[in-house]
Design a protein around this ligand. Structure first.
Ligand SMILES: [Zn+2]
Ligand SMILES: [Zn+2]
Ligand SMILES: [Zn+2]
Length: 51
């Protein structure tokens, strides 16, 4: 039951059972998983990691 952090470089959110896995890494949201390629500035958790 270890908590992990999102693999998005600037994201400090922890990932849980809802994590999205991509290339062996865990992301807290789809925005992070795509590297914010969609232009999103945040991950839906108020952390602006896509800026
Ligand atoms: Zn985040
Ligand atoms: Zn994230
Ligand atoms: Zn992110």
């Amino acid at each position: 039951m270890s908590q992990q952090k999102c693999a998005c470089p600037k994201c400090k959110c922890s990932v849980d059972s809802n994590a999205i896995e991509k290339n062996g890494e865990l992301f807290c949201s789809h925005s992070c998983a795509t590297g914010h390629a969609d232009g999103s500035k945040d991950c839906g958790h108020n952390c602006q990691c896509g800026k």
